[in-house]
Design a protein around this ligand. Structure first.
Ligand code: HXC
Length: 258
């Protein structure tokens, strides 16, 4: 993959890693970072050698927010016409599983980026927050929506109205984070999770992701029907035949993503 200005990328054993690399700005998310992350993630999504994607930052900051200096002079007409931040939809449209691995600050857009992943894991050093209120604005990359779905109204209101930070323990207890690990284990754990997922059928993992995401967008009745239809269609795949045959024959499955 070609070089990027603000991220580092690496691919090994079916797992692609995107590391945000703007240390002097605590990985603040300017337009270049948005372009780099979404370009890389889209390319990895289309790359048959990649089966899961990790997005991470540094020990001090996953990302300290959207870039305040870039936004300081942004006006309504420019933001509205460019549909500022809509570019992140290229990331949430990725069909392969995305793990976000957070150490240190995940604030504002950083917290929102962390929530765009499918599995969010945190180091004990992680601090989550939506401090936009301190700047006289509000979340703009999904904070008021994804945080509320993850932790409920009480905590989302608390976080977004006061701008306070939530530590990793509270984030796990509140349902924002799937696992909390020691800082030195963050990337190892992310890679273990990614490797576990990479060994599954790509079709099945994409369907799991699709089905769970539908749960946030529809009624229970519609969602259950959607899941059932996906289940019916997975019966048309070779991976279903292979997965069930392997179980019956007491051997490991050999999935072919077909
Ligand atoms: C631009 C940032 C930045 C940000 C940090 N920096 N966060 N630059 N945008 N979001 C820069 C600082 O200006 C500084 O640059 C350098 O990174 C180091 O930061 P310090 O503040 O010196 O570090 P520290 O004292 O350790 O404090 C860390 C921190 C603090 C608590 C995370 O940086 C902070 O509060 N950052 C802003 C957090 C925030 O409000 N995020 C939400 C942004 S709004 P220099 O050049 O001085 O060394 C958002 C969504 C907006 O995300 C959507 C609505 C439109």
């Amino acid at each position: 993959m070609s070089d990027f200005a603000t991220i580092l990328t690496n691919t090994a054993d079916g797992v692609a890693t995107i590391t945000i690399d703007r240390p002097k700005a605590l990985n603040a998310l300017n337009l270049q970072v948005l372009t780099d992350i979404t370009d890389a993630a889209t390319a990895f999504d289309a790359d048959d050698a990649v089966r899961a994607i990790i997005i991470t930052g540094s020990e001090k900051a996953f990302a300290a927010g959207a870039d305040i200096k870039e936004m300081a002079d942004l006006d309504f007409a420019t933001a509205y016409r460019a549909d500022w931040f809509a570019g992140w939809e290229r990331l949430t449209n990725v069909r392969k599983p995305v793990i976000t691995a957070v150490g240190g600050y995940a604030l504002g857009g950083g917290c929102e980026l962390a929530m765009m992943g499918d599995i969010l894991i945190a180091a004990t050093t992680a601090k989550f927050g939506q401090p936009e209120i301190n700047l006289g604005v509000l979340p703009g990359m999904g904070g008021s929506q994804r945080l509320t779905r993850a932790v409920g109204k009480a905590k989302a209101m608390d976080m977004c109205l006061t701008g306070r930070m939530m530590d990793a323990e509270e984030a796990e207890r509140s349902g924002l984070v799937a696992r909390v690990v020691a800082p030195e284990d963050l990337l190892t754990t992310a890679n273990e999770i990614a490797a576990t997922i990479a060994a599954k059928s790509l079709i099945a993992s994409a369907m799991v992701k699709e089905a769970i995401n539908v749960a946030f967008e529809t009624t229970l009745e519609q969602g259950l029907r959607y899941e059932r239809r996906l289940f019916h269609s997975v019966l048309a795949t070779n991976d279903q035949t292979e997965g069930m045959a392997a179980f019956v024959e007491k051997r490991e499955p050999n999935f072919t993503d077909s």
